[in-house]
Design a protein around this ligand. Structure first.
Ligand code: CAA
Length: 479
């Protein structure tokens, strides 16, 4: 299958990035938008993106000009007549997609492969609406498309032999790694990523922790390239909302119901980076941290005591704050104390983050004092409510559990799921690698605690995880 001329319909964030990727690989690109204004925005997007590469010395101005010269922009779909492949990247609304694919089916030659960059909609339904269902597939890129190395290639039950492998070869020519998947809402990455992002929005709404603290916890504590709210702003809250809606419709899992906060932001036109404001905006400044050098403290927990001591911080006899190192909520312990207002639970996450759990009895002074002490010890404090999983485990463990369930359901291999999350989202490790590093038993027990507190069926440990722990195994069997 020879692909030399490629059409891209829709030059928003994804489409413009996809057009750039094709042009960089030497293909000729026809970019289609609805009107001149949208075309100009698409062109500016590619110019900015390649311009940044020129500024960094990664492209010469001549190479940039060649890339831009390979992209022809038009408002007429009829100009796609000669394309070998057309990739659609218009909004996630099924009616729009079907009408576009029916147009493309009429305009393009019978050999042309039609691909959708949908994040979640049914590729089979789009294919079935055309007269060439065997040549309609999913080709799902990740934002920013020029940077993220993954392409999910989605086949359906009617995909013709050779189409998938032809498109996979093309994706490899673009410098991408391919994970081939079946047509299931969210495919691999969005099925695992979006529920986690939605859950972060729910925790924010419930006041479990603040936006910046959640982002700091996931970035510095887990090593993710961005926290969930920064990533939601990058993806676009409208896209995230749509994807969650599709996931919910398919699964009826209440965790997939879009967080009301997402709907509110989208309705207000706060879509994230593309509209200039989403979870973050110009007003995203944090208050200056309270200086609490004078706070005296007591400490329960060897690792925490050691970290404080290493920073020259020594406990005292009659403390203002009592720090209790904990993996689980500390309210029971607090309730047994003479002065529970002084107690703050401390959960250390990696080398850089300390989650600080304030109970319903914790005094404000103790909470701010604990945050100051953590900063003095070189840790980023993440104040949160005293809930099972605090912030990091509450967000991370259900995601890991979902990955185990996805594999156990036969949808994708461990290697593909790990590669997809590393390359699609820039995660430092895939979910199975993370599970094995954290310890299967620890994650299983953490999930049990989450389940016991929230009674959320999906938090119950996946049977495969539970069985591996029961069998005393520390790793997943791989072929
Ligand atoms: N377009 C082109 N290039 C870009 C870019 C953009 N929008 N943003 C960043 N880059 C490039 C930079 O030029 C830089 O390139 P070099 O290394 O060649 O110099 C590189 O990416 C790193 O950028 P920065 O140093 O500016 O910033 P960073 O190190 O913080 O990385 C990031 C930025 C690549 C976005 C990184 O934070 C990341 O990987 N984030 C996770 C993104 C993610 O999860 N994407 C998937 C979202 S889900 C999705 O897209 C699917 C869906 O359907 C919803």
């Amino acid at each position: 299958m020879a692909f030399e001329m490629v059409g891209v319909v829709g030059l928003g964030t994804m489409g413009a990035g996809i057009a750039e990727v094709f042009a960089r690989a030497g293909l000729r690109v026809i970019g289609v938008e609805a009107d001149a204004e949208a075309l100009a925005r698409g062109r500016a997007h590619v110019e900015r993106s390649t311009g940044r590469a020129v500024d960094k010395g990664k492209l010469t101005p001549a190479e940039q000009a060649e890339i831009l010269g390979r992209i022809t922009l038009t408002t007429s779909r009829d100009d796609l007549r000669a394309a070998d492949l057309v990739v659609e990247a218009i909004p996630e609304i099924m009616d729009y997609k079907i009408s576009l694919f029916q147009d493309l089916d009429r305009i393009c030659g019978p050999e042309t492969v039609l691909a959708t960059n949908t994040s979640s909609l049914s590729v089979t339904a789009i294919a079935a609406a055309t007269g060439r269902p065997g040549r309609v597939i999913g080709m799902h890129f990740f934002n920013p498309a020029p940077v993220m190395k993954l392409v999910e290639v989605v086949g359906t039950v009617v995909t013709e032999p050779g189409v998938l492998s032809g498109v996979a070869e093309l994706a490899e020519r673009l410098g991408k790694t391919v994970v081939a998947v079946g047509d299931r809402a969210g495919f691999v990455v969005n099925r695992l990523l979006l529920p986690y992002l939605n859950h972060a929005a729910v925790l924010l709404e419930q006041g479990v922790a603040a936006r910046d603290d959640v982002d700091a916890a996931m970035k510095l504590g887990v090593g993710l390239p961005m926290g969930p709210f920064a990533l939601l702003d990058l993806i676009g809250l409208d896209t995230a909302y749509e994807v969650m809606g599709v996931l919910y419709d398919e699964t009826r899992d209440r965790r997939h119901a879009p967080a009301p906060l997402l709907r509110e932001l989208v309705t207000a036109g706060l879509l994230g980076r593309k509209s200039g404001r989403g979870f973050y905006g110009e007003d995203g400044q944090r208050p200056a941290p309270v200086d609490s050098a004078a706070v005296s403290f007591g400490v329960v927990g060897d690792e925490l005591a050691g970290r404080l001591r290493a920073a020259g911080l020594e406990p005292s006899g009659d403390p203002d704050v009592l720090l209790h190192e904990a993996e689980r909520p500390v309210i029971e312990y607090a309730a047994g104390l003479k002065d529970p207002a002084k107690l703050v639970g401390v959960h250390l996450v990696g080398d850089r983050v300390a989650e600080l759990a304030a109970t319903v009895l914790t005094a404000e002074r103790a909470a701010t004092g604990a945050a100051g002490l953590m900063r003095a010890a070189g840790l980023t404090p993440v104040p949160c409510k005293d809930r099972a999983g605090f912030v990091v485990d509450a967000l991370l463990y259900p995601y890991l559990n979902d990955a185990v369930r996805m594999h156990d359901a036969g949808y994708a291999s461990i290697a593909d799921i790990d590669a997809a999350m590393r390359l699609g989202c820039g995660y430092p490790a895939g979910p199975f690698e993370m599970l094995e590093t954290l310890g299967l038993a620890r994650v299983r027990d953490g999930l049990r605690a989450l389940y016991a507190e929230y009674r959320e069926p999906a938090f119950a440990p996946a049977p495969l995880l539970d069985q591996l722990v029961t069998a005393g195994l520390g790793a997943f069997p791989r072929p």
